[in-house]
Ligand binder design. Structure first.
Ligand code: GLU
Length: 421
């Protein structure tokens, strides 16, 4: 375990335990092991903002850069009431392996503010974002560290960060964040990218397992950016989405949910999933145990635990969320013969299109939607095939294959650069 007790949280312990397992299997140099267990830099900031009623409230924000040996660090910003340093550090570490696995010239980072964003008004949210952005200003920049959306943040939050940064330097810097609106240098296809990527690798896994997409049933936990786009694209691809859920619970329909109708009703606001009456209600716990071909956790971490893993009833587990499966659960899932597409592979579509956005911003030259989709499919398919071949050749799980591939690329970069001074 790390020597920094502030990091000692369940999510950080999970990330380090996964890293230790992979490092052990690959016989990673012990000096590097010590370094890569801990973040390179962690910043904790106070974010005081004036609330609409005149009071000042102080929130705590974080930005953690796990590693920057292969390029600028990259990773989202999460607004959630339970955000803490350990969680952000774990997510930053996963970003390092994710970027390396996808062959992106980035290190890993993550940020967050411990806040319930839905409890804030739009102007409070804007003040929070701008103050947080100026507190982390010394760390970020297009060649240093590039934030993006994550749980609880979106393109509008990125626009405010881009503007705050640009105001400080005196000119427009689109490349300081990705996941921006198109009007300020965002990329086509970025919003749906994580969902499209999840579908892409799931289709590859089904092909490998010789399962017909038309006979595939899908259950998705989480109906935010990742879950809702995954549901839509799965449906468009011909799979039957039988269940979806959000924090309020979920709905299921064994004949398949009417996803286009559900999206229209849900997005127009005001209604919970159950209130749309497009399916029978079910709880989040029930959704995870539903009989289906593909289960996609697309919400928060540590949802599949030793308590519910043995009840999973799927053939493929595609991890749209970061860290949805605990270490104990992972063993149970493997023993059950479920084909796992690990998070750092399954949800890498988001950061891959973030990379495309950053490249387009740097070149001041923007690509067509079809170029984005083709290149995303290309990168994700080859990352999936490489991971599968590695797992088959070395007799490891898909998770270990993905982690070992990512960690090895980072280790090579450290060894090439040497230790400073
Ligand atoms: N938040 C996303 C993730 O966890 C995207 C990060 C990015 O685009 O930089 O992968």
């Amino acid at each position: 375990m790390s020597s920094l007790h502030e990091l000692d949280t369940p999510t950080f312990r999970l990330a380090v335990a996964q890293f230790d397992q992979a490092a052990e299997l690959m016989g990673l140099d012990s000096n590097l092991r010590e370094r890569l267990k801990l973040p390179q830099r962690s910043l904790v900031v106070s974010v005081p903002i004036r609330m609409d009623d005149g009071r000042v409230e102080v929130f705590t924000g974080y930005r953690v850069q796990h590693d920057s040996s292969r390029g600028p660090s990259k990773g989202g910003i999460r607004y959630h009431s339970e955000v803490n340093l350990g969680e952000v550090a774990a997510l930053a570490m996963w970003m390092t392996w994710k970027c390396a696995l996808a062959d992106l010239p980035y290190g890993g980072a993550k940020g967050g503010v411990a806040v319930a964003p839905k409890a804030l008004s739009r102007s409070e949210l804007q003040r929070l974002t701008r103050r947080y952005a100026s507190e982390i200003f010394p760390l970020v920049g297009p060649d240093k560290d590039v934030p993006a959306p994550d749980v609880g943040t979106d393109s509008q939050v990125m626009a405010w960060i881009m503007d705050t940064y640009s105001q400080q330097v005196g000119y427009a810097v689109p490349g300081v964040v990705t996941g921006k609106p198109l009007s300020i240098g965002g990329s086509l296809g970025r919003e749906e990218a994580t969902g499209r990527g999840v579908v892409c690798v799931t289709v590859e896994a089904l092909r490998h397992l010789k399962i017909d997409l038309g006979e595939t049933t899908v259950a998705i936990q989480g109906f935010g950016n990742v879950g809702s786009h995954t549901a839509r694209i799965m449906h468009e691809s011909g799979a039957k989405v039988v269940a979806v859920s959000d924090v309020s619970g979920g709905i299921y329909n064994t004949r398949g949910l009417d996803i286009p109708k559900l999206l229209t009703m849900y997005k127009s606001g005001g209604q919970t999933l159950a209130e749309t009456k497009l399916g029978d209600p079910l709880t989040n716990a029930e959704l995870l145990q539903l009989k289906c071909t593909v289960l996609i956790p697309a919400a928060l971490s540590e949802q599949i635990t030793k308590h519910n893993a043995s009840q999973l009833n799927c053939r493929v587990l595609a991890e749209g969320a970061n860290g949805p499966t605990t270490l104990e659960a992972d063993c149970i899932v493997q023993d059950k013969g479920i084909f796992v597409i690990p998070d750092i592979l399954a949800n890498s579509g988001g950061v891959i299109v973030s990379y495309f956005e950053w490249v387009q911003d740097a070149q001041r030259f923007f690509w067509k939607a079809t170029d984005i989709q083709d290149r995303l499919r290309d990168l994700m398919t080859s990352a999936f095939q490489r991971t599968l071949q590695f797992a088959t050749a070395k007799g490891t799980s898909m998770r270990m294959a993905a982690l070992m591939t990512g960690i090895d690329k980072v280790a090579q970069a450290h060894l090439s650069r040497g230790l400073y001074p």
